[in-house]
Design a protein around this ligand. Sequence first.
Ligand SMILES: [Zn+2]
Length: 298
Amino acid sequence: MATCGDESVSIWLRTDDEILAAFRKVEAGRSLKPETWPNRARVAVALSVDVDNQSAEVVEGKGPAFVSLGHYGARRGLERLIDVFDRHCVPATFFMPAMSLMSEPGMAQAIARAGHHEIGLHGWVHELPTDLTKSQHRKLLTKSADCLERLTGTRPVGYRAPAAVVAEHTYPLLKELGLLYSSSLLSDDVPFEVNLDGAPDGMIEIPMCFGLEDSQLATPFSGFANAFPPSEVLKIFKDEFDIAYEEGTCAVMVLHPHVSGQRSRIGVIDAFLAHMASKPDVWFATHQQLAECARQQL
Ligand SMILES: [Zn+2]
């Protein structure tokens, strides 16, 4: 690993080379977008659901009322999202902290029902990789993969970093674990190879889209007070997709059951899926399918 200088020294006081080394620690490398998408589609759409449930709040030491909002995701929100996906016959990838699934193992059957969804890793209890040593991170990733495999019957091939927090040791560990892809960064509209310290690492990244993330529908734990009205969010989602369609790139969406699964928010997802499905030549894929397509460019 290249040195980024003494980390106790403020970044602006370091040398230019040290600052550039900090930019290059984990970065987007070459594009892995194929010449054409499968079935000669104009755009690739990959829906994902981060099934945090209580994990994200418990790991932050929040009290029972905050934790209960996460529980709403498990009790109500998830089923609503699955129903909307079923109605439009589209696949999705569900990234799960292992403890969320252990607490509600019935979620595995609910997700498996459609026969085309994927389940991916999202930490043990939504812990941040930067809070872990490399060996703690390795242990938790391995334990999480074993747990998801035991409860779903399939070993996960993809990972999303909890809260999109990536540590220096995250990508080397994902490779060590034999994972196919990660979906934790925000640097592009198409899959790319991850560079570590400026050198290609061989790991496929399916970048998330900031404009297609659902926290705009409900600011976390401030209720709907500071959120955009659903009709405005639907417009943002449509604008993101329409340009992706025009440019021939990807629309990678990130949803949460306790946010998009609320009664006043689920209609946005339904209307957005209907909007995308109304266009010809749209390829709806799981993250795994998109990563397999990207792998051919490596
Ligand atoms: Zn999460």
